[in-house]
Design a protein around this ligand. Structure first.
Ligand SMILES: Cc1ncc(COP(=O)(O)O)c(C=O)c1O
Length: 393
């Protein structure tokens, strides 16, 4: 291939933009996540962030972060294996383990890295990874790097999982991988039952709780609390950039395995350590969740119920959801973007999911109303949704 052909091949297909006159991605945000956000100088209602508990602009987290910058500077400028970690890392990894109820944890710069870096360290080509068909790209891509058999099971379908487990008996090790809250529509994995099946077939469960931690469970402690699972013997991962309102990704589980990953997970070992200031922010966020989950969580659920009920009343098709996520069914990519454009033109930011993020013609507009929003903002958003529906006849 010539250089010219290479660059021609590797450029965006702007067909959708041409058809819709709109590109909803990579907007230019000029403020923090307050009751409104500023995009290109204009105030928007933000229903696009995973700021479930609304603490992404919390003054206490900002102060903790700034104090840590003053003490530790901006970066350790080294990989964890080269320089080690700060005392903040040590105390936070213990705090995170205690929060989710597991023995030990490590913290990566992102959960994408954590999920990607997990499988090459724990699996080889003689194993099999059985994975929910709707799992996040980070899990699928991580599994692919192993070169082992990957068997998708039907979304949240225990019969399909069991069938796959029965077909996998001859493999050296079997892993069962899923998410807790599936963020496109808000379904929740029947994880207690999945763990039971894993016990029967001697498989290792791997759960990505990125949209569950700080969101589900009586005290916001995520999928293990939500499912009433005690003494979990599997592997747990979660993003710290959603309800925890910072960035980073954790892997938790048995101490022996976590100690092993510290040396054998390349995405941790060979990547500059997560900044100490971020660790301080995560630590403060966990403290706030421990103390204030009841109030913040109630607000988050109240907004979700209000949004969902009103949208159904206005005549929108809304996916059934068990999480504080409301997704409007929009179908084809063009229709999805056109609806997102209607919202954007009225200063509402929402997340359009189109192919290939979702199957062809199964586009949705996802709405997450964080607890940082005021109730009158939710009312204003609903008024706009009503107006759009009425304008469509
Ligand atoms: C289910 C799931 N897992 C992992 C990730 C990646 O997390 P991070 O943003 O921390 O890299 C995401 C983020 O989009 C996610 O939704």
């Amino acid at each position: 291939m010539s250089t010219k052909e290479f660059y021609e091949l590797h450029q965006l297909n702007i067909e959708l933009k041409r058809k819709t006159g709109f590109n909803p991605y990579y907007v230019n945000v000029q403020s923090g996540l307050n009751d409104s956000i500023i995009i290109d100088g204009k105030e928007f209602i933000n229903l696009a962030a995973n700021n479930y508990l609304g603490i992404a602009n919390d003054i206490r987290i900002k102060e903790a972060t700034i104090n840590a910058i003053n003490k530790y500077g901006l970066s350790l400028c080294a990989t964890p294996i080269a320089l080690g970690g700060t005392d903040l890392y040590k105390s936070l990894s213990q705090k995170l383990s205690d929060f989710v109820g597991l023995e030990s944890s490590i913290i990566y710069p992102s959960c994408y890295q954590a999920n990607n870096g997990l499988f090459p360290a724990i699996a080889d080509k003689n194993d099999v990874i059985i994975i929910d068909q709707f799992s996040h790209s980070s899990l699928i891509e991580g599994a692919r790097t192993v070169g082992c058999k990957i068997r998708p099971f039907l979304h949240n379908n225990l019969d399909s999982l069991e069938k796959n487990l029965k077909n996998s008996l001859k493999h050296k090790q079997v892993f069962v991988v899923t998410e807790s809250v599936f963020s496109t529509e808000g379904s929740i994995a029947p994880f207690a039952e999945i763990v039971e099946l894993c016990k029967i077939f001697d498989a290792i469960p791997v759960i990505d709780d990125s949209h569950g931690i700080g969101v589900i469970g009586k005290n916001g402690k995520g999928i293990l609390e939500h499912s009433g699972i005690k003494d979990y013997q599997g592997i747990y991962t979660a993003s710290l950039g959603k309800s925890i309102a910072n960035s980073g990704g954790m892997i938790s589980g048995k101490k022996t395995l976590i100690d092993y990953l510290k040396y054998y997970s390349p995405h941790l070992v060979y990547s500059t350590s997560i900044a100490p200031s971020i660790l301080a922010g995560i630590e403060k966020a966990i403290c706030i969740i421990e103390e204030e989950f009841e109030v913040l969580g109630n607000k988050m659920w109240k907004y979700r119920n209000k949004l969902r009920d009103a949208l159904i009343e206005f005549g929108y098709g809304v996916r059934s959801s068990s999480a504080p996520i409301t997704s409007i069914v929009t179908g084809p990519s063009v229709d999805t973007l056109l609806f997102a454009k209607e919202l954007y033109n009225r200063n509402v930011l929402a997340t359009p999911f189109i192919y290939p993020s979702v199957p062809e013609n199964q586009g949705v507009i996802r709405l997450i109303a964080g607890a940082n929003l005021e109730e009158k903002t939710i009312d204003r958003a609903l008024h706009i949704f009503k107006e759009i529906k009425e304008s469509q006849g």
